[in-house]
Design a protein around this ligand. Sequence first.
Ligand code: GLN
Length: 191
Amino acid sequence: MFALQGDVREHLYVLERLGARTLSVRRPEELAQCDGLVLPGGESTTMAKLAVTFELFEPLRDRIAGGMPTFGTCAGMILLADRVLDGAEGQETFGGLDATVRRNAFGRQVDSFEGDVDIAGLDESVHAIFIRAPWIEEAGDRVEVLGEVEVAGTTKIVGVRQGHLMATSFHPEVGGDDRVHGLFVEQVRRT
Ligand code: GLN
């Protein structure tokens, strides 16, 4: 669990309910002990800056590129994306996910909203909470779409998987529904 910034505790609660062994990662030695990583919601620019300060940026980028299962929610999705639109000047990401993510995509009027989203691999829809959320504007061929929402008559991608990487625009760590994390924990166990 990336623990330099963001809603770390909410993720830890879910992961522990699912029976995963968790570790808060703030330094490279801790990252080295992980079989999988969650990048939380929060502020992607701050997380990237703190990762540089704590000398985690390069090790994280290398582990993600090297196949460590990683799940990013909201700001975490931005950090996994290879390309960011409406990012802060010079915003850097860990990358790995062959996708273009638009930051704060839902716009000011609908800063935050909730809705039911069908997620591939789950029988019933997930009640999804979006907070200044990004969406995926373009996804490469290797990216599998897990979930979409309709915004002003167009379909926007809000959940994806690409091999060992998973990302959602929304916050499955909030609201008590552990099934999306369940998909990720299963993947870590298989790896
Ligand atoms: N807008 C935030 C960012 O750019 C993400 C918001 C969130 O994680 N809830 O990092």
